[in-house]
Write a protein that binds this ligand. Sequence first.
Ligand SMILES: O=C(O)C(=O)C[C@]1(C(=O)O)C=C[C@@H](O)C=C1
Length: 291
Amino acid sequence: MMKTIALLPAGSVSDEAAKQLFAGETLNWKHHRLISDVFLSTVNGISDYSVIPMENTIDGSVSLHLDWLVHEVDLPMQAEWVYPSIQNLIGRREEFSGQSGEPDLTTIKKVISHPVAMAQCTQFLREHMPQAEKEHVGSTAEAVRIVSDHAGEGIAAIGTRSAAANNGLDLLATEVTDHDNNYTRFMLVGTEPYTARQSDRVKTSILITLPEDYPGALHQVLSAFAWRRINLTRIESRPTKKKLGSYYFYIEIEMSLDTVLLPAALQEIEAIGCQIRILGCYPSFTYEQLL
Ligand SMILES: O=C(O)C(=O)C[C@]1(C(=O)O)C=C[C@@H](O)C=C1
């Protein structure tokens, strides 16, 4: 049966990234304005998978989305991949044209975008349009659509080339992120394994709650991995939301759950009183692998 994929709107970075992961396949795309609806679509069985942005080169972890996976939904991670987040300043050229014919960015009254995309362009915005009010919306694609619906109101958006083209708008400035090599790591979550492509790199994500009043617990957790020479690629602490100062550790491990060493390490960690929740074991793809 044809699979259904829930994701942010057409022209968002999520949309471009998902098309890359599923290149060559015929699928149903279910676009949603808000990431909460992207999650809920798969929770409610309307979609098979949700596409979730998890981490960005410039802005770091997308904590809100990690918190959703931890607290709100129980959707296993099925694949992770990396996609470039190339942002542009988008609007109508004639609305902002200066004397030289080049866009005069100081005439922009308001810039809108997704908060993560906006954060990737902080310096650019401060340098070139300190006068502009900043407003956050659900995705870069939605920001571009709003600009298209509000001609003549002095609004520009940060978004992708494809969103500008979809809406017949101009690129007022290209590649405006504060650092080149800006990538976003995406996660495919859902109840079925992703099998369309294979990767030689498999990761396991877990959530660990440390026992209370156990000095050195985190050190012991890390050493259970260290002496087995198990590589950790990410460790993040997030509030349990139950008590001030109480945290989970989200850990990404560069090893499959069916490799003998990993269950042994997890057993050792449980033996000191830690609670472990497995969030998924999934193939990991670099951008180059998917080209
Ligand atoms: O708004 C979009 O285009 C998205 O896909 C969302 C999102 C994010 O939430 O991290 C994804 C990647 C970009 O780097 C910026 C924003």
